[in-house]
Design a binder for this molecule. Structure first.
Ligand code: GDP
Ligand code: GDP
Length: 444
């Protein structure tokens, strides 16, 4: 489930950062263990009772430095409206209601998004009367708080969470059944591998012509407690040489259904043939479906080897499957059993990567590093600005980048960022998705 975003907006000096830091408190010091991290943090992941969300201090988002104050505030409010699920609008209860507050409120009233009106610096209960004038903003009941004294923070969190869905008790990872699809062309050795994995002659393996059957699901309980549902798509056998080509095509179609419902796909390739066009097609489906993948080069027993055979072969495989160069490649023999025991370990590893969540603070640190190492592209004097990134979901890990102008995000820069993320966070064996979202530009 996507983590909701809560944005904190308001004039400078009303206490947004103070509030933010109090809420973020502990978590921030945890992520600061990351070496080389010193910059101010404007994003944090919050867990409160049954709720989880990402909080953004829009006041910390660096706008065009020559912007006048009001325009800055408008920008920030617009970012909040565009991207947040709940907006916390901060005002200063000591100073009272100002024209700037009214301006921002006017923008916020236009959105359907819930707004929590926070009147800060009410350090003393005697000052409570000072919140009433804020009813005038038409944004509902004002809430009194003192960020400095940490009073009223719970009320604010509660008001925010009233607009969010509580986290569903997630399926216990320990008991998740990993759906494992074994896909590949006819005769690459799918059934043989499945039988090896299951440790028994579950299905008959043969070259008998005309044998057809559907994908077979078999649950397998590994000794370490992990359960797999192995989806064996073997079954489309050659009927005659003439039909070979169409059968192969058909087997690609057959793979789609299995790939759609799997968590991890084992793409089997015949070592004797190398990567064929059909293999590339199946790999393309796995990638497009966003599934984690392990490439298995089978019939390794048939290959004459010297010291570099495997490395050379691996390079060739990944060259042919360029779009999937994140996938680990295993070399084995389903027939002799060589290295078959490494398969499920690798499946576990790529599945863990596909499920990985990176905290928003860490993500943005890495984004900043990536940008510092290699500036985003510019076009016609405008440079791409990436305001922040957050992980929207897992399986595959999906990230939303909020930018000033979508068109400035070139494919090559996206690729650069993907590589940077992979270098830092690994994501071995899983595709990652980037969603580029432009926040509306202010016209005035
Ligand atoms: P921002 O610009 O909205 O992020 O505001 P800051 O968090 O930087 O706070 C501006 C000033 O207000 C700082 O001097 C804070 O110490 C002060 N401040 C923040 N919260 C409170 C509060 O609850 N009570 C009082 N009296 N001062 C506060
Ligand atoms: P499927 O159509 O992909 O399920 O392939 P099968 O498992 O039925 O295997 C097709 C043929 O390849 C059978 O004759 C197997 O004995 C043979 N085979 C499978 N794995 C290996 C292997 O690792 N090495 C060798 N030499 N033959 C294999």
């Amino acid at each position: 489930m996507a983590k909701p975003i809560v944005a904190v907006v308001g004039r400078p000096n009303v206490g947004k950062s103070t509030f933010f830091n109090k809420i973020a408190g502990k978590r921030i010091s945890i992520v600061e263990d990351t070496p080389g991290v010193t910059r101010d943090r404007i994003y944090c992941d919050v867990e409160w009772q049954n709720y989880r969300f990402t909080m953004i201090d829009t006041g910390g988002i660096d706008m065009h430095s020559d912007d006048v104050l009001l325009s800055q505030m408008r920008h920030q409010a617009e970012i909040a409206i565009d991207t947040a699920d709940v907006i916390c609008f901060f005002c200063d209860g000591r100073q009272g209601l100002t024209d700037d507050d009214r301006e921002v409120a006017t923008i916020l009233r236009r959105t359907q998004k819930p707004v929590v009106l926070c009147i800060n610096k009410i350090d003393d209960i005697k000052m409570n009367d000072q919140i009433y004038e804020f009813y005038e903003l038409g944004l509902g009941d004002p809430l009194a708080l003192s960020a400095v004294n940490m009073m009223g923070l719970g009320d604010v969190l509660e008001a925010i969470c009233n607009h969010l869905e509580p986290v569903q008790e997630e399926e216990d990872d320990e008991h998740h059944i990993i759906q494992l699809a074994v896909v590949g062309r006819p005769n690459v050795g799918k059934s043989s591998l499945v039988n090896r994995l299951l440790g028994q002659e579950r299905t008959m393996v043969s070259d008998i012509a005309g044998t057809t059957r559907d994908a077979i699901d078999t649950e397998y309980h590994a000794p370490d407690g992990t359960t797999y549902n192995i989806i064996d798509t073997a079954g489309i056998r050659r009927k005659s040489v003439i039909e070979d080509a169409s059968l192969e095509r058909y087997s690609v179609l057959r793979s789609i259904a299995a790939i759609e419902r799997c968590d991890v796909a084992l793409l089997m390739i015949d070592a004797q043939d190398g990567v064929t066009e059909q293999d590339t097609k199946i790999a393309g489906i796995i990638h497009d479906e966003g599934k984690a993948a392990v490439v298995v080069v089978n019939k390794w027993d048939m290959i004459e080897k010297d010291t570099n055979t495997m490395e050379t072969f691996r390079k060739k495989v990944l060259e042919n499957l360029k779009f999937m160069d994140y996938a680990p490649v295993l070399f084995l023999s389903a027939k002799t059993g060589q290295r078959v025991h490494t398969v499920l370990d690798m499946v576990d590893q790529v599945w863990a990567q596909a499920c990985k969540r990176v905290p928003t603070g860490v993500l943005n640190d890495i984004l900043h590093d990536a940008i510092a190492d290699f500036q985003p592209p510019a076009s016609n004097g405008r440079r791409l600005k990436i305001y922040y990134v957050t992980q929207q979901s897992v399986c595959p890990p999906t990230f939303i980048f909020f930018v000033n102008d979508e068109k400035l995000m070139h494919f090559s820069y996206e690729r650069y960022l993907e590589n940077y993320f992979r270098k830092t966070f690994d994501f071995n064996g899983t595709p990652v998705r980037f969603i580029i979202r432009e926040r509306k530009r202010e016209e005035s």
